[in-house]
Design a binder for this molecule. Structure first.
Ligand code: MUC
Ligand code: MG
Length: 366
């Protein structure tokens, strides 16, 4: 089960409509497919979504760091040597989605070699998650119509609403329209991607106090250290740290410092190995977790549901698993399907992800 080859293949698939949020927008999924081959003939896969506005990576930088630094570190190691692989990949700072895609492709290969699903290897708590859909910036009527379509077509009843615009009333009007349009049975929470100041966030949350929000996420920057503590202390809903907690140490600092009271796990940025560390830490700290979406394609969403369904804590809340629905196509031979508001993790072996060779040939950029 020794790793013989690592490939980083850039590909691009357009979105039907761009996703807009406070820190950027995405029109085309310019991702990188990572493929790991072992000497027993197994091929593990995962995808890396570059988010330059969040982590500084680009499609080209992901390919470069994998080809020039990460691949030479892991070729020759056995896929069971996960802590050795983790230690070697951790020698390079930054590059979270490149490192994570390689980590997850290795877990996929491990699962295939052993004949178990990744979910069972990680924890095997359940095989599915409820789905939360993320709504990007638009006019209130368009965002309500999209939420209604997601509800009626896929049975989705949890929505994360992107906020962080100026004036904040643009966003509070949307959340109010969603609550009025969809009723009290749906769950709503907001994600500011650091777009507001602490005081704007406080005013916006006061204005939405009657709307029954479940969470608030990353409304203002974690670097506004005292302002954020002041905000979090006055909220009566958990405040989710997302892009401010890429490592377990950052999560510890944010929670102990009073700058967050919950966290998002994104397998796109912490893979399976570090996501597991974040999960165990969160359990010890006694905070809630939400499986987040790094605007993943189907392969990335499959990785999220594989991890999220492995543990009780991550499967308790709906996971953000549906934004691949906005892509015009994908690489998976067998598409993911959301039914009755749920996405099922594949029974494996590994991730159960088969790449369609014709689609890869069509969308690859190299
Ligand atoms: C999220 O939860 O913030 C939007 C930008 C990004 O980096 O991730 C997404 C979703
Ligand atoms: Mg977020």
């Amino acid at each position: 089960m020794k790793i013989t080859q690592v490939e980083a293949i850039p590909f691009a698939i357009p979105y039907r409509k761009p996703l807009r949020f406070a820190s950027g927008e995405v029109h085309v999924a310019e991702h990188v497919l990572v493929r790991v081959t072992t000497d027993d003939g197994v091929v593990g896969v995962a995808e890396a979504p570059p988010r330059p506005f969040t982590y500084g990576e680009t499609q080209a930088s992901i390919v470069a760091v994998i080809d020039s630094i990460f691949a030479p570190e892991v070729v020759g190691l056995d896929v069971v040597e996960r802590e050795q692989i983790h230690a070697r990949l951790s020698r390079t700072v930054g590059n979270p989605t490149a490192r994570s895609a390689l980590d997850m492709a290795i877990w996929d290969a491990l699962g295939q070699s052993l004949g178990y699903s990744v979910t069972d290897l990680l924890g095997g708590y359940t095989d599915r998650m409820r789905v939360s859909h993320m709504l990007g910036f638009d006019e209130p009527a368009a965002m309500v119509a999209e939420a209604e379509r997601m509800h009626d077509t896929y049975g989705i009843t949890t929505f994360k609403v992107k906020v962080g615009r100026h004036p904040f009333t643009l966003d509070t009007a949307v959340v109010r329209a969603l609550r009025e349009g969809l009723g009290d049975a749906v769950e709503l929470y907001v994600d500011g991607n650091r777009g507001w100041s602490a005081s704007e966030s406080a005013r916006a949350m006061k204005e939405m106090a009657d709307l029954g929000l479940t969470f608030a996420e990353e409304l203002c920057p974690a670097d506004d250290v005292l302002g954020r503590r002041w905000l979090v202390a006055q909220l009566d809903v958990p405040f989710i740290a997302d892009e401010s907690v890429v490592t377990p140490a950052e999560l510890t600092r944010e929670i102990l410092g009073g700058s967050a009271t919950a966290a998002s796990i994104k397998t796109a940025r912490t893979g399976f190995t570090t996501s597991r560390r974040v999960h165990h830490l969160a359990e010890g700290l006694g905070i809630e977790l939400v499986m987040g979406n790094q605007i993943d394609g189907q392969l990335g969403s499959l990785c999220s549901v594989a991890f999220g369904s492995a543990f009780e804590l991550t499967s308790r809340r709906a996971g953000e698993l549906s934004n691949f629905l906005d892509m015009t196509d994908d690489l998976l031979a067998e598409p993911l399907e959301i039914h009755a508001g749920e996405l099922v993790a594949r029974s494996g072996p590994g991730l159960g992800a088969l790449i369609d060779p014709d689609k890869l040939a069509h969308f690859r950029q190299d």
